[in-house]
Structure formats: C-alpha cells, structure tokens
Design a protein around this ligand. Structure first.
Ligand code: ADP
Length: 510
C-alpha cells in the first residue's frame, strides 16, 4: 500500500482508534446504501443510506433475513448461492421491498469478505435505479405499443395485399376484358382476356392510348362516355364495335365505371368489355332466317289472295251471297297474314339498315279511309270513326305512315275485346299535324309503357294473352317515325282505354 495523506502511520493505539472512527463515520454516512449479510443470509449491518433508501429503522432491518426484503425469492437465492461460491456480483438486478409497500429496482455489487478462508460477511453495495427502471418500463410499453401497431399495420397491409391478390386473380380469370385507363385515355391495366379479345399484349397497351382499339368512325364515343362519367354516371351494356390488332371489327358490350380517389374525385375509368360478336352473328343468322322464311311464306299467300279475289269477283257477278261473305272474310284473314309477314320482313330490313324511306307530299284522308274500311272488315264489335279536316297534306313516306296507322288501329281493335269506339283524329297545329288513335280497351299499366316499343316486347297479362301478335308492331312504328324525326307518345288508363299519337309536318296547302 502506498503511504500518503490518507494512510497515516498507525503507530499507536489512539491513532488506530481515530482511524477506525473516521472510517466508520465515512461508511456510515456514505450516500451509497451498504449492508453486510452473514453466512446464513441474515443482515448484520447496514448504513444509514441503506435504511433511508428502503424506509426501515435499524431495528426493523438488522437481524432479519435479507430474503425478507427481496421482492423475488429466486433472485435472492441466486445471489446467496453465487456469493457462497465466492463469485463477485457486478450490477446484479434485483427488486427490493420498501417499508411503504413500494418496490425499488436496484443494482447490486456484492462479494464475500473472508478471513482465513472463512465467510465473515458479504460486502453489498446497492444502487437505486427505480427511476431508470420506470423510464425503461415506459419505453418498453411504448416500444411494445409501437410493435403492436406495427404488427397490426403489417396485418392490414397483408389483408389488403390478400384482397388485391384475390381481386387480381378474379380479373385475370375473367372471360371479359377488364381494362382501366386514365381520364386522358391512357391504359393503366389490361387483363388476360383483353389480350385474347383485342390481340394486344399487356406490354403493348400499358401506357398507350385506348384509341388504338377504337375504330375511326367511333372516336366521338370516347368523348361522350367521358362526359357521362364526369357527371358520375355509370355506362352499362353499351353496345359498340372495337378494332383488334389484326384489324378485325368485333362487337362488344361495355360497362364503364368511374374510378374515384378517396376524396371522390374521378381519376380514371374502368371498362368491362364482353365480346358479343358471336351473339351478333347469331342474331344476324336469325334475322336472315326470318327474312327468308317470311319471303317464302308471302309468295304463296299472295297467290292465294289473288285467287280469292278472282273468286270474289265471280261470286259478286253471280250474286252468290254465301260465297261473297265467305270469300270476303278469307281475303281479310289472308291480308292480315300478309301484313304480319310484311312486318317480319320490315324488321329484318331495318336490322340490316336496308329500310328505304321515300318522303313525298300526300293527302292523309284517303289513306285513313282505306285503313278504316280494312279494319272494319275484321270487327263487328267496334265503331271506327274519323275526326278531322277533309283533306290534309303531310310530308312523309306514304306507305310507311300507312303502316304505322294500320298497326295502331289493328292494336286498338285487338286490345279492346269488349268493342267500343276507335277514333282516328287529325288535328293541324301550326306547321305540323297531330295524328292520334284512341280506343276504349284494356289500357296499359304505367310499368309497361316504357318497354312497349322494344322489339318482341309484349305485355304479359290475362287481358292481353288472348290477342295474337309478335311484339314487333310498335317497334316498327316507332322506328319508322324515328326516320321521320318523330316519335309515338301515349296516354292510357287500365280498363278505360289508350290513345297513341305522333306528329308529322304539314306540307303545302292542306
Ligand atoms: P303485338 O300487338 O303484336 O303484341 P305491338 O308491338 O303492336 O305487338 O304491341 C306491343 C304490346 O303493347 C302489345 O302486346 C300490347 O300488350 C300492348 N298494346 C299495344 N297497343 C295497345 C292498345 N291499344 N291497348 C292496350 N295495349 C296495347
């Protein structure tokens, strides 16, 4: 040991005692908690700092087993066991019980003081690290919470990824082409069916303009669609044509929806396109068949009508009333059949775009008289009357307008099974004329009104079931009027009757 200021020569007993007193004072008043434990784990000495730290009086602490003051039995067993093996403990973490019931976190440095190899007592230095431990605990909780929220974020991402993977699988396996694009028409996604239908690969289309598949004569459609979507509308089952990579035109049914961001702003467009080329071809084949069958049926029927007319002329000459009657009815029925066949032919022509409208100036009156005469042959239960000026000239296709009127009058007869009055009215209004047909028949329910003009649409109820028909008369009439820039309108009340009307332009002097 080196000699100096703090190591005086202990030459005499008095100096030694002074030294002991100084050292005792030093450790008694040291600010570090210190204690000694004997071989049996009993506290044999503790300084004031130790007592103050844990709140005990000397009597409550000294003489008691150290394990009474440890919060964790396993820890103190381990400490005593290690010390008995002469281990030196450095910064050993433990928890000690305070008198007020609280727990203090401490770091213990401890070793055994031996004399002649014999256990005298432990030298135990305790450091209160409760504040630090609490801080650590708080950090731990925080960290735990952070970990938890990170885990739930990861879970949310995983479930989102799973959802998008599932959606992607559905999109990929769909038979329909599913395509998305920006509002500027730049393709952003292109599924497998889009590749199959249009012939362009995903790599060839992503980042390219959708105009690549739109035929020149349909470029306006894009603008129209985007305007509709801009109003937040969805475009459903829109039938159109698109061009494949090979240059073929294909028929498609499109459903187009806006893609919105989280603020509801439209940022793109998604399109589902179904290839209906086969269906269209099938329809064309069916129309061609109907046209052909109608034509084949019309030829012999026209011949039969001619023979009937011949026989009628002869019967009239012979004044054979029975034959006149029978033949008149047979002729009316044959005419009715010819009209129906003509309707089928007209539908086929219309579908092929082969309908020809030749407009001219004609007097409506004689045409209406003829229609009334013809219709009167078919019914005895109805009075068919006319209201309007003697002559009125209109501008249109005479044969087709006659067809429209005939259809409306025939319907008025068919759908008034109890008879009543059927009125054909002609009312001039400035430069046009309103032509209407009204009946006192079964009437039409509001829900059916919108669909009456669709091809093959027939109202399905017990009142209309008995009337024969194919559901093409009003479709044809509305198409013919469309070619005249006009349309049919109607007013109807179930059980009271219906009125159908349309406008045509007057022409010259009427
Ligand atoms: P069809 O008479 O051959 O069934 P239309 O296209 O002429 O076909 O008419 C379509 C449907 O409209 C008819 O099935 C019928 O239910 C209804 N309808 C047409 N005219 C009248 C009318 N005057 N009164 C009541 N229902 C009518």
């Amino acid at each position: 040991m080196c000699e100096g200021e703090f190591t005086p020569h202990l030459k005499d007993q008095a100096a030694l005692e002074r030294r002991i007193e100084e050292l005792t004072d030093f450790i008694e008043n040291a600010s570090v908690p210190l204690h000694w434990v004997d071989e049996n784990g009993i506290i044999i000495w503790a300084n004031q700092a130790e007592l103050d730290t844990f709140g005990y009086s000397r009597d409550e602490y000294i003489g008691f087993p150290i394990s009474d003051f440890h919060a964790d039995q396993e820890t103190i067993d381990d400490i005593l066991n290690r010390l008995s093996k002469n281990e030196v403990l450095m910064n050993y973490r433990a928890k000690l019980k305070c008198k007020d019931g609280s727990i203090k976190h401490v770091l213990i440095n401890s070793s055994v003081f031996r004399r002649d190899e014999k256990f005298v007592h432990t030298r135990c230095f305790t450091r209160d690290i409760t504040l630090l431990a609490q801080e650590e605990e708080r950090k731990g909780i925080l960290l735990g919470e952070l970990e938890k929220s990170e885990a739930s974020l990861k879970e949310a991402i995983a479930s989102r990824e799973e959802k998008s993977a599932r959606l992607a699988a559905i999109i990929e396996s769909s038979d329909d082409a599913i395509v998305s694009k920006t509002l500027e028409g730049i393709v952003t996604s292109w599924n497998g069916s889009a590749e199959r239908i249009f012939g362009y690969t995903e790599a060839e289309m992503i980042g390219q303009s959708i105009l690549k598949i739109i035929p020149q004569d349909r470029l306006d459609e894009e603008v129209e669609i985007l305007t509709k979507l801009g109003r937040g509308e969805r475009v459903e089952h829109f039938e159109t044509k698109r061009q494949t990579k090979q240059g073929n035109l294909i028929d498609l049914s499109l459903t187009i929806s806006p893609i919105k961001d989280k603020n509801g702003r439209i940022i793109g467009v998604s399109k589902i396109a179904r290839d209906i080329t086969e269906r269209k071809l099938e329809e064309q084949r069916k129309d061609a068949f109907v046209a052909m069958a109608s034509h084949e049926l019309k030829t012999p029927l026209t011949a039969i009508t001619a023979y009937l007319q011949l026989m009628l002329v002869k019967s009239r000459r012979d004044m054979a009333d029975f034959y006149i009657n029978t033949l008149t009815r047979a002729e009316a029925q044959a005419k009715k059949m010819i009209t129906m066949i003509q309707d089928f032919l007209s539908v086929a022509r219309l579908e092929e775009g082969k309908i020809v409208i030749s407009k001219q100036n004609f007097d409506l009156q004689p045409l209406i008289s003829e229609i009334i005469d013809d219709a009167s042959f078919l019914t005895t239960r109805h009075q068919i009357c006319f209201k309007g000026p003697d002559h009125i000239h209109i501008y249109g296709d005479q044969e087709k307008i006659s067809h429209v009127l005939m259809n409306l009058v025939n319907n008025a007869v068919k759908y008034s099974p109890n008879g009543g009055t059927i009125t054909i009215s002609v009312e001039p209004e400035a430069d046009k004329v309103k032509i209407s047909v009204s009946d006192e028949g079964v009437g039409i329910h509001p829900k059916d009104r919108r669909r009456l003009f669709e091809r093959f649409y027939r109202v399905d109820n017990e009142k209309t079931q008995t009337a024969a028909g194919f559901g093409i008369g009003l479709y044809l009439a509305s198409e013919i009027l469309r070619y005249h820039d006009s349309k049919i309108e109607l007013e109807s009340q179930e059980g009271v009757g219906s009125t159908f009307w349309f406008y045509l332009p007057v022409y010259g002097d009427s």
